[in-house]
Structures are given as C-alpha cells and as structure tokens.
Ligand binder design. Structure first.
Ligand code: HAM
Length: 415
C-alpha cells in the first residue's frame, strides 16, 4: 500500500515541537492582553468574493494562490489566504462599527496559499495578526508597529529590521499610477506578460513581480513615497515622530508596496537576513478603504500579520526547549496497590498536579526506566506493605533521596 504523507507544503507539528508553538502563542496572547486587544475568530473559509473584493483581484494572492472550490451547493468558497478580509467582513456583518471604537482585535489562525513551498513558505501556514478598526490616528499606526516590535523584544530577537513606506491615499495612488504608467509605457514591450497586463489594470502591482527584468525596469521609476499628498505626508511624519520619541529604529524602504490591494498610507515590514529568502516575518499597514469595499461604512483600519513558522525559525535557540514533564510517576505492585494508586493519580490531577502511571503492563524495572525517560520528577513504588502501613516512598529522581509519607502528606508535599 502506498505510504501516506501530509500534502505538499503542509507540516505536522509534532509533540516535540508543539511545546514551542504553545510557548510562542501564549506569549502573543499575553502581549495582546497588555495592549488591550481582544480575539475575534472568523471561519477558515469565506465566500470567494470576500477576498476578491477585499484583497484585490489583480493581486498574486487572488489570481494565483487561492484554494477556491465550489461546495456541494455550488457556492464558490475559498480557504482564507490571510486574516484581514474576514475580520473586515465580520466587522461589517455584525455592525461592529456602531459599537465602541476603535475595536482592537487579534487572531491566531491557519492560512492557505498555493505557493511554491520552501523554507519559511508553506501552503498551509499560521499567522498571528492584529487589526484596529475605527481610528484614523497616526498613533494607531505607531501602536501597530510598536506591538510588532514588542514581540521581537520579548523573544530576545535582535537581528531584525523595521522597514516603512508611505503609499498614500486613494487619490495619491490614482495620480501615482498614471505617473508610473507614463514612465513604463515606452518600456512596455520589455515587461513580462503579467506586468503588461498589470500596467493596464493596476501599475503599482508591478513592484510585486519576481522577474529581474521587470525589477530592473523599475529601478529609476518614480516612487509612491515621493508622490503622496500633503495630508498623507503629514500623517506619516506623525507616525515616525512617535517611533523616534519611543526610540524604535526604522528604515524607509520606498520599494515596499505589499502584495495586497487594500493598503493606504503607512505600510511596514519586519525583515530578517537570518532565515533565508523568505525574510519578511511580519507585514502590515493601514487600510482605510477596505471596510467600504466590503459594503460597510468608511471605518478606517490598520493592522499586521506575522508568519509563525518564520517567527519560530527566527526565534530558534532562544525558545525554551524543555517539554512539560510529569511531577510524579506511580508504580503499583499488586491489585490493591493498583486501585489505591489510580485513586491517588486522579485526585492529584484534579488538584492540578501532573501525575502519571504505566498503561502498557511493563515490568517494575521497565516502569522505572520509562519514568526516567519521560522525565518524572518523583516516583512512588506502592505494594501491599506500603498500603498496610499507609506510608508511600516518595523518591526524588534527581537526588535519589526517598522519604516515606502518607498519601495525604504526599499530596501536600507535591502541591
Ligand atoms: P502578508 O504580508 O501577505 O500580509 O502576510 C503576513 C505574513 O504572513 C508574512 O510576513 C509572512 O511571515 C507570513 N506568510 C505569508 N505567506 C506565507 C507562506 N506561504 N508561508 C509562510 N508564511 C507566510 C497579510 O497577510 C496581511 N493580512 C497583514 C495585515 C493585517 N495587514 C493589515 N492587517
């Protein structure tokens, strides 16, 4: 029979690794609480329109990478390639704009993109993201960036660069797209086929192209950063003023346009050189038109998402390696001991103490070895004598010291 394996571009997170995932996820939730963000959970799939309208139908994500299919009812649905569009859909659907604003939300989700897998790039991957809805304040842009910065700080990750760009509002971009189009028009024949199409529909998307020829043609092109209106310039200045005041270093990268269409004004990425070609660990920005594009009011938004696979690659050795281990392991000898031990094990567990025993009918010697292998802190061997005398030998596996205690005292000792 053919050997079954996980689909290309997906990964099992095995028990030896899941400890680190839980650690990172716990830390992210802790930071979210410290910044006063609440979790919003949306479905893993949405109607395809949410992403076509939200993310943009000329983006690589929508045109090439989505897992889209017709369900048995003939509806076109898509596994979410990212979290923002679903959050925006939910915000509109539930009229959350009528509540207390800004709404500060976070999510921990799996996402799906049909991409060529490599280190740090998968077809199913995981994102932690935040979104703030209902605020135009540049302070919110700074808050999103500083939230991202805090994650790297708490994980002791130093080697990371924060890059910023200002891609202006809808009006700036309309004027800029015309300027870029005029610049590239005479070079049109040299652009790849996709970019020739982009030139007609959405010229700024040419910055996403992976072809060196297209990137070369863009070298001296006008930048959006230098083409934004005074309002957008002023907004961006206020964002960098906060970063300067707080003392967070950044670089301006006029080439960042982000791969999704909903962005406006501030966009940012945290990038590392230490994890190979897929160095963008976190990306985000403002999206003041998205809620309206999805049929809502004009509520503005700002947020980011980070890839957890990339974060874990980067955090590497700074993550704790020690897995959780049982506090105590019981080895009963004889039927009466088995009954007494079972009662005690479940009592300890319900008091929050990790207690364990053998399920596989091993010999006493093999049980000792097993207790050692799983890293039990204490072992207790219980036979008829121990039950009759009501004294259990509590053995500290590290020091080898054994002390006889009553079952009640044993619970107190382990608590
Ligand atoms: P994005 O840049 O497409 O933005 O993705 C954010 C992060 O997800 C990336 O920086 C990367 O770490 C991770 N990522 C993306 N694709 C893959 C992949 N195939 N394999 C592994 N990791 C990947 C967004 O998704 C926006 N929704 C972010 C946002 C939120 N903007 C505003 N709010």
């Amino acid at each position: 029979m053919a050997k079954l394996s996980a689909p290309k571009g997906t990964k099992d997170i095995l028990p030896a690794e899941s400890y680190q995932w839980q650690y990172v996820e716990g830390l992210l939730k802790e930071i979210a609480t410290d910044f006063n963000f609440k979790e919003l959970r949306t479905p893993t799939f949405e109607s395809t329109e949410v992403f076509a309208r939200g993310v943009g139908d000329t983006t690589d994500v929508v045109t090439k990478e989505m897992y889209t299919f017709l369900d048995k009812g003939g509806r076109s649905v898509t596994l979410r390639p990212e979290g923002t569009a679903g959050i925006a859909r939910s915000f509109v659907e539930h009229g959350l704009y009528a509540g207390v604003l800004p709404l500060k939300l976070y999510y921990l989700i799996s996402c799906f993109r049909y991409e060529k897998p490599q280190a740090g790039r998968l077809r199913e991957f995981h994102q932690f993201g935040i979104e703030m809805l209902g605020t135009t304040s540049p302070l919110a842009d700074a808050e999103a960036i500083l939230f991202g910065n805090e994650i790297f700080k708490r994980l002791n990750i130093g080697n990371i660069t924060l890059n910023l760009n200002n891609i202006g509002c809808k009006d700036c971009r309309k004027a800029y797209n015309e300027k870029l189009k005029a610049y590239l028009e005479e070079k049109k024949e040299s652009l790849c086929e996709t970019c020739q199409e982009r030139l007609g529909k959405n010229p700024m998307r040419i910055f996403d192209c992976k072809s060196e020829i297209c990137q070369d043609l863009l070298k001296d092109a006008p930048t959006i950063f230098d083409s934004v209106c005074d309002d957008c310039k002023n907004h961006f200045q206020q964002v960098t003023d906060v970063l300067d005041a707080v003392g967070v270093a950044y670089k301006i990268d006029k080439g960042i346009v982000r791969g999704l269409d909903y962005y406006s004004k501030t966009v940012f990425e945290f990038v590392s050189d230490n994890i190979g070609a897929q160095g963008t660990v976190l990306g985000g920005g403002r999206y003041d038109g998205l809620i309206a594009d999805l049929g809502g009011n004009d509520a503005p938004g700002i947020g980011f998402a980070m890839g957890l696979e990339r974060l874990l690659l980067l955090a590497g050795e700074s993550l704790p390696t020690e897995d959780s281990r049982p506090k105590v392991f019981f080895i009963p000898i004889g039927d009466d001991a088995k009954k007494a031990v079972l009662k005690l094990v479940y009592e300890l567990r319900s008091k929050g103490i990790s207690a364990e025993f053998d399920l596989n009918s091993r010999s006493v010697k093999a049980q000792m070895k097993y207790a050692d292998k799983i890293g039990a802190e204490y072992t207790v061997v219980v036979g008829d004598d121990e039950i009759n005398q009501n004294q259990y030998p509590l053995k500290n596996m590290q020091t080898g010291e054994t002390k006889p205690v009553s079952p009640d005292a044993l619970i107190q000792e382990l608590l």
